[in-house]
Design a protein around this ligand. Structure first.
Ligand code: GLU
Length: 471
């Protein structure tokens, strides 16, 4: 199939982690590329970083693959590296100089401040007509038009208008001749034939400058789409210093990639009805960049967690077991590797599947099966071990020693023992649960006991009784 003329791109600057905002930009670009049978270009904007290329490129490819953007898909092109195009960036800066659209400037910051009385007023055009030639230390500035306005065609924000007089003669190459990011980004988009630039709102203020560069380079600017800022529960922009922003961290906490994708797609867009949980394929079909909202998008971890619970429950039993795999071994699992029993886990898994909202919680639910002794915490212990517990546990222990080891029977026995102590089943269960699993909440108790087995259950009841007698 030949691809359509639509060419979008995702252009991360490698930072060693993959920001959820970047993931959303990638997904929106991906949806546009795929629904138009166009092309999604991956460009690594690596000019400012000294980090090792294969390592961070692989990190980005892995993160993209995790959210369903596969380098093997026919819509995928790249990765390209900004640093590989450095020659063209320089060429473009010189082309602008040769055409009189850029000029050299030797003003220092202090001189500018002295003339304008402020650090914030922007460049005053002092060198515009001085006709300076290149020399080490002279920056190259773009000559912005004095009059008129630059209208940015933005599919999300309408047509923001920037009066040209308000756009300073900005630097396009530094004193050593190296082009700045603003120009490199335009030249790459131009060379890669990008038709739509879909990116975060923080780049909107660069856009009039970039549009002027496109025009000055004799090309038609792309259509722009600036995605709404993502904020936390205090309405602050998500920041890596304050908030959890790395996609990898969410995945390590046990969010399913599918749930992440679904939730990220809705950060600024919706299908137009009140549906929220939807397979990616359907969102891809319905997605329209024009329908993206410009107001800030709240990254609601509670809602994401609820999505995750739904996605977990929707997995097939086998897929659930596969999805848990990461947490069943080191460094997540608290048990010795040889203590893990896959058959036992497979029996318990369906009971856990309906209860989890994060896959990482799985260890808390099943650790009592694979640890020699349950993990007790003070609070659970003191909550469950009320006065009279010793007598109750002693009777339960005696009755369980001779009971048929089967879920229903174990329940009947405890019901009877509880009644003898004037306790409803719920109350009688609590100390047994803590003695055997270490926790006050968990999987259905009698199934748990059946799977744990008589010997280990009795041993744990004995240990709890001993503990109580020592108090
Ligand atoms: N490399 C820029 C960033 O990671 C993206 C620039 C763009 O999308 O135009 O923020």
């Amino acid at each position: 199939m030949s691809r359509s003329s639509v060419r979008v791109r995702f252009a991360p600057s490698p930072t060693g982690m993959f920001h959820v905002g970047g993931a959303r930009s990638a997904l929106y670009n991906w949806a546009v590329a795929r629904q138009s049978e166009g092309t999604f270009v991956l460009r690594i904007e690596d000019t400012d970083t000294a980090r090792n290329r294969p390592e961070w490129t692989q990190g980005i490819l892995d993160a993209l693959a995790a959210i369903g953007i596969s380098a093997d898909d026919p819509a995928f092109e790249g990765p390209y590296f900004q640093s590989d195009n450095a020659g063209r960036h320089r060429e473009a800066s010189l082309q602008l100089y040769a055409a009189g659209q850029a000029y050299y400037c030797d003003c220092t910051r202090d001189q500018l401040k002295e003339r304008t009385g402020s650090e914030h007023l922007g460049y005053d055009g002092f060198c515009r007509e001085r006709g300076l030639a290149f020399s080490e230390g002279r920056a190259l500035r773009f000559r912005t038009p004095d009059e008129g306005e630059t209208v940015v065609e933005d599919l999300v924000r309408g047509k923001p208008i920037f009066p040209n007089a308000s756009i300073e003669d900005f630097v396009i190459a530094r004193g050593d001749g190296s082009p700045v990011f603003l120009l490199a980004n335009v030249v790459d988009d131009l060379d890669e034939g990008i038709t739509q630039v879909i990116r975060g709102e923080e780049h909107l203020s660069n856009t009039p400058k970039q549009q002027l560069l496109w025009e000055a380079l004799g090309a038609t600017p792309p259509v722009w789409a600036h995605l709404p800022v993502i904020v936390n529960d205090k309405r602050q922009k998500l920041s890596k210093r304050r908030d959890k922003v790395a996609l990898e961290d969410y995945l390590a906490d046990g969010f399913l990639p599918e749930a992440m994708v679904n939730y990220l797609m809705l950060l600024g867009w919706g299908p137009g009805d009140d549906r929220e949980i939807m397979p990616y394929e359907e969102m891809e079909r319905l997605f329209r960049i024009e329908d993206v909202n410009s107001s800030p998008a709240f990254f609601d971890v509670k809602k994401l967690t609820a999505f995750n619970g739904e996605y977990i429950r929707a997995l097939s039993p086998d897929a659930f077991i596969d999805a848990c795999a990461r947490w069943l071994t080191e460094p997540y699992a608290p048990w010795r590797a040889d203590a893990f029993d896959a058959e036992v886990f497979t029996k318990m898994a369906p009971l856990a599947q309906t209860r989890l909202t994060l896959l990482s919680e799985i260890t808390n639910y099943v650790d009592f099966l694979f640890l020699d002794e349950p993990v007790f915490d003070e609070t659970s212990w003191s909550k469950a071990m009320k006065p009279g517990t010793t007598e109750l546990l002693r009777d339960v222990r005696a009755a369980y020693a001779g009971a048929v080891w089967q879920t229903d029977e174990l329940k009947t026995v405890l019901t009877t023992v509880g009644e003898n102590h004037g306790l409803k089943l719920g109350k009688a269960q609590a100390p047994v649960r803590v003695a055997v699993t270490g926790r006050t909440v968990g999987l259905p108790l009698f199934e748990s006991l059946e799977i744990l087995g008589r010997d280990r259950t009795l041993t744990r009841l004995d240990a709890a009784l001993l503990q109580l007698s020592n108090l």
